[in-house]
Write a protein that binds this ligand. Structure first.
Ligand code: DNO
Length: 357
């Protein structure tokens, strides 16, 4: 297992490489060129610049999160071929600096969805929260406005104001895309890119849908074991793999995540570990990584990774905002709770390692 930390880049993250270096066990930064829109080719010189910055702190840059997939590819429009060509060029450029894993998602319109970015947890901290009633009783436009207002001047991947400003039109473009069509369009995309990935030594790692059920009528294809099985068969190659996110899948209590880790084993290239507390009405709040604080069996999750001899990359996913840091950090991506999460994960991992000796 290789521990990593998601870093939004120099000048774009209140957390610096110097801060990250002080967290025990972190070997690499998970990065992206966040200012580039989906569909643009990532220029080689920009990629090399990040490599140089990370090298100074002896961090690897093996994992990129995300190279976003343009909506036209998800919808299956004629424009997709050129956009896939661009995606391939980006894959090739990333391979030149040794990137090994690309995390991406195939969620229509939104990336992760929450209704409140700063919900009090009850201990003085606050965290990302999803309230079902808000999504059912509100238009997507007004939810977007509320979330973007909460984020203030902090950008959030998947929540690009430009792309979402006319969200109704975007929904309209997706109107004939159901689960089956989305799966087909995903297959089309994978059939073009996976051979290139094989050639250059990169694995694709799709991120699960978050939340793992349809919202605003949007289809969902990466939300439970059955659908993940179907997805892996679309192109049955190791390079067509997963980012297994315990927080996204864990919002549905019927997902048995340790069982998924054992089943999908070598197709998991990247592990996102976080905890969520779910409520009977389907609402959920993000909590600390400690198993007792939520519904995700985090200790069992780490044990399952240990048991399968996981050699891939891990990162703590979102954290609560602690000690007032929300005024400064990107929602869900503060310093403190994610650092605490790393220590929790490593505590379990190191114990398991010792027990083996
Ligand atoms: C949430 C993240 C996701 C992930 C994308 C990958 O914070 O785990 O936004 O980066 O879905 O494309």
């Amino acid at each position: 297992m290789k521990m990593t930390w998601r870093w939004y880049g120099e000048g774009n993250d209140s957390i610096t490489l110097n801060h990250i270096k002080q967290i025990p066990g972190v070997e690499g930064v998970v990065w992206a060129l966040h200012d580039l829109a989906a569909g643009e080719v990532w220029p080689l010189n920009r990629i090399q610049e990040v490599k140089k910055q990370a090298d100074q702190f002896k961090f690897n840059i093996d994992v990129v999160e995300s190279v976003n997939v343009h909506d036209d590819i998800k919808i299956g429009l004629d424009t997709r071929d050129q956009l896939i060509d661009n995606y391939i060029e980006t894959i090739r450029n990333l391979a030149t600096v040794g990137v090994k894993v690309i995390c991406y998602n195939f969620m229509p319109v939104f990336d992760w969805t929450r209704t409140d970015l700063y919900k009090p947890v009850g201990d003085g901290s606050n965290a990302l929260f999803f309230e079902n009633a808000v999504v059912s009783n509100q238009s997507a436009q007004s939810m977007i406005e509320k979330v973007l207002e909460g984020a203030g001047d902090k950008t959030m991947p998947g929540w690009e104001p430009e792309r979402l400003k006319d969200v109704e039109k975007l929904f309209e473009k997706y109107k004939d895309v159901d689960d089956e069509k989305l799966m087909e369009n995903c297959k089309y995309f994978l059939e073009r890119i996976i051979p290139v990935c094989k050639e250059v030594g990169i694995s694709m790692a799709i991120h699960p849908d978050d939340p793992p059920w349809p919202i605003f009528g949007i289809p969902r294809i990466i939300n439970n074991a059955e659908n993940i099985r179907k997805f892996l068969k679309l192109v049955d190659e190791k390079e067509n793999g997963l980012t297994l996110c315990t927080g996204s899948l864990g919002a549905n209590p019927s997902n048995d995540i340790p069982a998924m880790i054992r089943e999908f084993g070598d197709r998991i290239h990247f592990a996102h570990i976080r905890n969520v507390k779910t409520f009977d009405n389907g609402d959920f709040i993000e909590t600390s990584h400690r198993e007792q604080d939520g519904n995700v069996p985090v200790v069992e999750v780490v044990k399952a990774y240990h048991e399968i001899g996981f050699k891939g990359y891990i990162r703590p996913d979102h954290g609560r905002h602690l000690w007032g840091e929300e005024s400064n950090c990107r929602p869900g991506y503060g310093l403190y709770d994610r650092a605490l999460g790393i220590m929790y994960i490593l505590g379990v991992w190191d114990t398991l390692e010792k027990e083996m000796k």
